[in-house]
Design a protein around this ligand. Structure first.
Ligand code: MLT
Length: 401
């Protein structure tokens, strides 16, 4: 037999595993230090009461013969209509109308972002922004696809626009962006949609952070843009919206209007899911279905505001130090320039050793991330304030050059 040699083209560790490994090694070597992790975007607020109550109800149902559930409904690839309809109602509030058959329930955006590649030929050329969430790049390296990069940098506000001279088949966009926190307006997304239609390409639009958007100029779904249903698949998750990183639930929209080579991509994805996936647990789906109710929306907004406050604490700290950054508004990520001309991993070590604060080195997200560093607003208030006080002390104005 032969292994998949494309795996040998990957870096040894997935970015967040590498960061975790180094932070743990530091903690073990310095048990007296209280290390604060603002690295991986993992939530800290508990699940909203409405979700807990819905999950309890579902557990009770599973314990009674008359309401017990086995596999979910195969008509919707094991997604329950009540959950699918609540997602449709959330899209309707953005002016987007979806059919039940267009919404697929999954265990999160990360798996779907990787699995969706099953329906595309390995011969396709992929276009990803640089810097970018490493899953887009790593999963395509594993499949041996050719990858092109769209440079995101200070000059374009970390929001690259398409270059008509570049031919791409699969395009990844993430807005608000992970890692830079920058977010596209509807007008900018319309340019990407036109480019994709012109190239007969498909956009994989990662909207995992859309709930952080407060600016009405910014798009919360690519389907707010005309004709996007003919060229875009949208992937979303309850992880950051409702605190589901440990629960696992997400959804992917594959419009029926999306056709390539005369074949419906919706049908291909349904075929793929019904073959390789048995759905998300009933208890999880019922918890998720409560999120986009009126009460659910109110409760998740409380948690989102909590994280927004953290983003403000971090932004204020960087403003005070005169350190440039993007994000922090409409996004839970703050993408800062490393001070004193340090490289990303150099600043990682500097901060870990001198302030016992862990962030994510920008270079881990791509070559344009070199010299940048990502902090997350998903910590507790206490840890965020403490981390910022330590950063302030370490980098206080005047000592930076
Ligand atoms: C991140 O820190 O970028 C994310 O939490 C990773 C993820 O969502 O998989």
């Amino acid at each position: 037999m032969k292994i998949n040699h494309h795996f040998l083209d990957l870096k040894e560790n997935y970015l967040f595993s590498e960061v975790g490994k180094r932070a743990t090694a530091f903690s073990e070597a310095h048990p007296d230090k209280r290390v604060i992790r603002l690295s991986i975007g993992d939530v800290t607020r508990p699940l909203p009461p409405v979700v807990i109550s819905a999950m309890h109800g579902a557990v009770e149902e599973m314990g009674r013969a008359e309401s017990f559930k086995g596999y979910g409904p195969d008509r919707y690839c094991y997604g329950y209509p009540s959950l699918i309809d609540s997602i449709r109602s959330s899209y309707a509030r953005k002016g987007v109308s979806l059919k039940r058959e267009e919404v697929f329930i999954s265990d999160g955006a990360k798996s779907d972002l990787a699995n969706i590649l099953d329906i595309f030929s390995g011969e396709n050329t992929v276009l990803v922004p640089d810097p970018v969430y490493p899953v887009y790049v790593d999963t395509n390296i594993m499949a041996g696809r050719k990858i092109l990069y769209a440079d995101a940098n200070e000059q374009n506000g970390f929001l690259p626009m398409p270059d008509s001279a570049v031919d791409a088949d699969i395009i990844y966009l993430c807005s608000p962006n992970n890692p830079t926190g920058a977010a596209y307006t509807r007008e900018q997304l319309a340019v990407w949609v036109n480019y994709a239609l012109e190239k007969n390409a498909v956009i994989l639009y990662d909207a995992a952070y859309e709930h952080f958007i407060t600016d009405p100029e910014l798009a919360r779904s690519i389907y707010e843009v005309k004709d996007a249903e003919r060229c875009a698949i949208e992937l979303c998750s309850y992880s950051k919206t409702a605190g589901f990183t440990g629960v696992r639930c997400g959804y992917t929209v594959v419009p029926q209007a999306l056709v390539r080579e005369g074949i419906s991509l919706n049908k291909l994805w349904a075929r793929r899911q019904s073959t390789k996936f048995n759905g998300v647990s009933y208890v999880t789906q019922m918890g998720a279905a409560s999120v986009f109710t009126e009460e659910g929306e109110r409760q998740i907004e409380e948690n989102l505001n909590y994280y927004r406050e953290n983003a403000k604490i971090i932004s204020d700290c960087l403003d005070g130090l005169g350190i440039p950054y993007t994000g922090g508004k409409n996004s839970p990520y703050i993408w800062m320039k490393c001070p004193m001309g340090m490289k990303s991993w150099e600043f990682f070590d500097f901060l870990l050793e001198n302030a016992n604060v862990v962030g994510t080195p920008g270079s881990g997200f791509g070559k344009n991330g070199e010299g940048y560093f990502r902090l997350t607003a998903f910590g507790t208030h206490e840890n965020t304030r403490e981390a910022c006080a330590r950063i302030q002390k370490l980098l206080k104005k005047g000592s930076l050059s």
